[in-house]
Design a protein around this ligand. Sequence first.
Ligand SMILES: [Zn+2]
Length: 139
Amino acid sequence: MTEITLFEAQCAHCRRHFAHPDLGDFVYGEILLCTRDGQHHARVSAFTPFSKRVEALMSPNDDRSLWSILASLADPVSGVPLTFGLRCPHCASGQMVYWGGKRAGVIDVPEATFTDAAALSDEELGRRVAAVERNGLPS
Ligand SMILES: [Zn+2]
């Protein structure tokens, strides 16, 4: 667990305000994933052994899909899959009026886990990586 600063955001769909954790601009090679229902966050680093394994299976000319691929491979939190990007915790919309607004406290954010994906063979993991490179994340 690491304490992450919360910032205010407003959902463009239901117009409600909520607080979301944000790493800011100073954390290199690390991002926050969000469950598709907006209820939970998890941090993920590009430098873990598993992230390195995934990167080695990616197409050589693909320099933008790593976070989406890691989101698709992460273990669900409370049964809900993770996605790359912000989701409204009230209506699950990904459209925001604004985000990164006023500071709103801090929250402990756990690291994402990859228990199921890490147990896959390189061949099967490679297929999962290629599917996200081809089709993006399921919504
Ligand atoms: Zn909403």
